[in-house]
Design a protein around this ligand. Structure first.
Ligand code: CFM
Ligand code: HCA
Length: 534
């Protein structure tokens, strides 16, 4: 691995190599303590990063999957267009009276004249138009880069329109693309505003004995549908998913749950913490990617609520689902055992999907996040030591306090301590590093050049990343699976999802098509030329 790291850094100018060296880690045995990685820092200009922008993290990721909020992008048309369902987040609006605005793409379509003379009037007109057409419960406004540069005050416009309507919640997000170093800043901005403007708005009692929120599940390719199916079988009531298949009212009622289950730690841990501080709801980390992980997560929920009959019901569900999983695994493993994978994805999947691969007997040679923070790699214990740099200071920190009337600790200190004693950890995420093999390569903010080098040197049987990586990897003759959009597949979460995934990876890694393929320049290299500098 040392040689591979050196090989990857060799082409860089010395200053760039020094910086990248801190983001490329050879996993050492964890005898002493978890080694430190540099993360959540700016991408070096000139590098073709896999990352996206802060607006994408706020509008596309967190609010995009909510069906009954009209999401208006204040900006040039491309920003709205490229964040319009490309993530394959699904929703079920088949219920009586359900609103679904997700198939629409709302934008102010800013043009040169709006940049010069200001876009606030155009924004107010767009909000009015959306209100007149749909009378939605809520309208959200998302700022793009030029909005911040010219200084349009989206919050003032939102406030003015909210007062004017009286029956529609209007609020804005200062999530200009450049606001942070990646999508991650957008998550934080989205979490803050949803918490300030929506959570706690609906105090109606909610039915259900075992009530949870599922935080950080976005229903990509129907993942959330499969998880909800399982929860329902177990008798668990999901009050709100943040934010797959969600509605305004789910967010507004989130304070009615008795446990928060955090799936994607990176994107939503802020909401988990705020719900605990303000309303007294504890949170645990779960993972519904992988059959074993799904069973483990369900058992954690069972332990938390503690009722014997509930725990038995959960065990019965697991016992009913597992035989099919075992049969498929036994079959695919004859073809996938010992194969290798690499994955570079967002801020949680590069960790979660390793469980699915190991269930198939496959080994992860290298993995990393696009925009996770050190706690997602090393575990939450590093949070107190994280340096707050100029880029993180840019993002508003909101102060949350216990609610005067509605703060109600769901468990006493003694009950929590007893559960911890028994192995159920609260507010804890240990990160990706401890789960990876010694000698594997962990790479933060991996880029186009490094990805190609890795494939060239280690020749994995499958490479997982996003759309920008898809074709360059396939052209190297290696099968590529998108772990963002799932290409056209999914669900991959839960029990049924695991089966879909095993079959898909079996098909991809055992197809002969890649070995038959020759790139055009390999077949007829008439374009070979020598560059001459005069
Ligand atoms: Fe969380 Fe996500 Fe991810 Fe993410 Fe994303 Fe995504 Fe992702 Mo693409 S919220 S961090 S910002 S699990 S959109 S559903 S796939 S990069 S690994
Ligand atoms: C985003 C969304 C994205 C992009 C995926 C990709 C997604 O970050 O803006 O690069 O293929 O999951 O759709 O992460």
């Amino acid at each position: 691995p040392t040689d591979i790291k050196e090989e990857m850094l060799k082409k860089y100018p010395p200053k760039v190599a020094r910086k990248r060296a801190k983001q490329i880690m050879i996993n050492e045995a964890l005898e002493n303590e978890t080694p430190e990685i540099t993360a959540n820092v700016r991408t070096i200009p000139g590098i073709i990063t896999m990352r996206g922008c802060t607006y994408a993290g706020c509008k596309g990721v967190i609010l995009g999957p909510t069906r009954d909020i009209v999401n208006i992008t204040h900006g040039p048309i491309g920003c709205g267009f490229y964040s319009w369902l490309t993530r394959r987040n699904q929703t079920d609006a088949s219920g009586e009276g359900d609103e679904n605005y997700m198939p629409y793409c709302f934008s102010t379509d800013m043009e040169d004249k709006d940049i010069i003379f200001g876009g606030e009037k155009k924004l107010a007109a767009a909000i009015q138009e959306a209100y007149d057409l749909f009378h939605p419960k809520a309208i959200a406004i998302f700022a793009t880069c030029p909005v911040g540069l010219i200084g349009d005050d989206i919050h003032a416009v939102a406030k003015q329109m909210k007062e004017k309507f009286g029956d529609c919640n209007v609020f804005g997000f200062s999530c200009e693309g450049y606001k942070g170093v990646s999508q991650s800043a957008g998550h934080h901005i989205a979490n803050n505003q949803i918490f300030k403007h929506v959570v706690g708005e609906n105090d109606e009692e909610k039915p259900g004995e075992y009530r949870i929120n599922l935080l950080g599940e976005y229903n990509i390719g129907g993942d959330g549908f499969e998880i909800d199916r399982i929860l329902k079988l177990c008798g668990i009531t999901n009050i709100a998913t943040f934010s797959g298949n969600s509605t305004y009212d789910q967010f507004a009622s989130a304070h009615k749950a008795d446990l928060n289950c955090v799936m994607c730690h990176r994107s939503i841990n802020y909401v988990a913490d705020m719900l605990e501080t303000k309303f007294g709801i504890p949170w645990i980390k779960v993972n519904f990617i992988g059959a074993e992980s799904t069973a483990k997560s369900l058992r954690k929920i069972g332990t938390y609520f503690g009722d014997k009959s509930f725990i038995e019901k959960i065990e019965a569900v697991i016992a009913a689902e597992m035989p099919e999983i075992e049969a498929v695994v036994a079959d695919v493993r004859t073809r996938t055992e010992g194969k290798t994978a690499m994955m570079f994805v967002g801020g949680s999947r590069a960790h979660h999907y390793q469980d699915l691969f190991s269930e198939m007997g496959m080994k992860t040679l290298s993995a990393g996040y696009e925009f996770a923070h050190r706690d997602d790699y090393e575990g939450r214990h590093v949070i107190p030591n994280l340096k707050v740099d100029a880029d993180s200071r840019n993002i508003e920190e909101i102060t949350v306090e216990a609610d005067d009337t509605r703060y109600a600790p769901r468990k006493t200190e003694a009950e929590l301590a007893a559960l911890e004693e028994g192995g159920l950890k609260f507010k804890e995420y240990e990160g990706l590093i401890p789960d990876m093999d010694k000698g594997s390569l962990i790479i933060d903010d991996c880029n186009q050049y490094e990805a190609e080098k890795l494939v060239e040197i280690l020749k994995p049987d499958i490479f997982c990343a996003g759309i920008k990586e898809k074709y360059s990897i396939q052209k190297l003759g290696v099968p590529m699976k998108q772990l963002h959009s799932y290409d056209s597949g999914g669900p991959y979460a839960g029990f049924k999802g695991a089966i879909n995934f095993y079959k898909e990876i079996d098909r991809l890694t055992n197809s002969k098509v890649w070995s038959y393929m020759k790139a055009p320049w390999q077949e007829s290299p008439e374009l070979s030329a020598t560059y001459v500098w005069e």
